[in-house]
Design a protein around this ligand. Structure first.
Ligand code: PMP
Length: 306
């Protein structure tokens, strides 16, 4: 995991020189917001998937954390594409981060400068190539998703991810690939870095947005599933509904569409990638690779702009 250049506060710097001061506010208190984006290889070169939506969410997250990003949306969009281009990447993961830098330590963040960095690097399947085809095992975490009055689920705030790290560590130590978090009322919420879907009697379900991040992959899957004439419903459910589901999968920019074959030692459906998950996954990858004309506007071709 390394590339040549990282965009830092308006300049391209060498990967190894992209450094910050140890008293950076965000390092101590999690006062930053970020995005996780993917670019895919298409016939017309690298294309960033739903870049506009990711940039909008980055600015929304910053607004919630009361940070004024010192660049326009157009400037950030251009910088993201430039970062992919300068590193000569065809398919990659892109990580923009907006964070409070160093001025004065203490919880009051307002005097600390708002800094921005964008990194990109080659990255394969988040939970492994085999996971995409065969599915993964998951457990319900004993940690719950932060209550909606404890932090903002709408914002991708760095500090929120300590909650995700607790859940992920629990999964890794239980020898499964990923965790599922329940919300503070006990309903199924999402994965540490993914939204969750399940299928029962041919209907596709996902939890409502109350305590979960409004995932761009979630939005994409809902749209393509509806276009494929599947019924899609948003429902609060207890974990036992998942145990009895015909299929289940995680959805996220990193995880893409990863089937779940076992939850808390219960086999889900037939214990492998289900037929609807497979259909949606194939369509999704075809969309990512620019093979679906209907959704071509979701792709931002890196070579076209600069
Ligand atoms: N939930 C959480 C907590 C996440 O961190 C992510 C990853 N951004 C998602 C869901 C999926 O969102 P997206 O599809 O936009 O990557």
């Amino acid at each position: 995991m390394e590339a040549e250049k990282i965009w830092m506060d308006g300049k391209m710097v060498d990967w190894n020189d992209a450094k910050i001061h140890v008293l950076t506010h965000a390092l101590h208190y999690g006062s930053g917001v970020f995005e996780g984006i993917r670019a895919y290889e298409t016939e017309q070169g690298a294309a960033v998937f739903r870049l506009k939506d990711h940039v909008n969410r980055l600015f929304d997250s910053a607004k919630i954390l009361r940070m004024d990003i010192p660049y326009s949306k157009d400037e950030i969009t251009k910088a993201i594409k430039e970062t992919v281009k300068i590193n000569k990447l065809n398919s990659c993961y892109i990580r923009p981060l907006v964070y409070r830098g160093f001025k004065k330590l203490g919880l009051n963040p307002f005097s600390c400068p708002v800094r921005v960095m964008i990194a990109a690097w080659e990255w394969g399947a988040y939970l492994g190539e085999e996971a995409l085809a065969k599915g993964i095992k998951a457990i319900t975490s004993s940690w719950q998703r932060s209550n909606i009055n404890s932090t903002s689920a709408k914002a991708k705030i760095c500090g929120n991810y300590v909650n995700s790290i607790f859940a992920n560590m629990e999964a890794v130590e239980a020898d499964v690939e990923e965790a599922i978090l329940l919300d503070s009322d006990g309903y199924v919420a999402e994965g540490p870095g993914e939204n969750i879907f399940w299928v029962s009697d041919g209907v596709l379900y996902t939890p409502p947005l109350t305590s979960v991040l409004e995932g761009i992959t979630r939005k994409t899957i809902i749209k393509i599933a509806k276009d494929m004439n599947f019924e899609v419903r948003e429902e609060f459910i207890a974990r036992d509904v998942l145990y009895l589901a015909d299929e289940a999968f995680f959805a996220g920019s990193a995880a893409e569409l990863t089937p779940i074959r076992e939850i808390d030692h219960y086999t889900i459906g037939s214990g492998e990638r289900g037929p609807i998950s497979k259909k949606l996954q194939e369509k999704l990858f075809s969309v990512f690779k620019g093979k679906e004309k209907q959704y071509i506007d979701w792709l931002d071709f890196v070579n076209k702009i600069i």
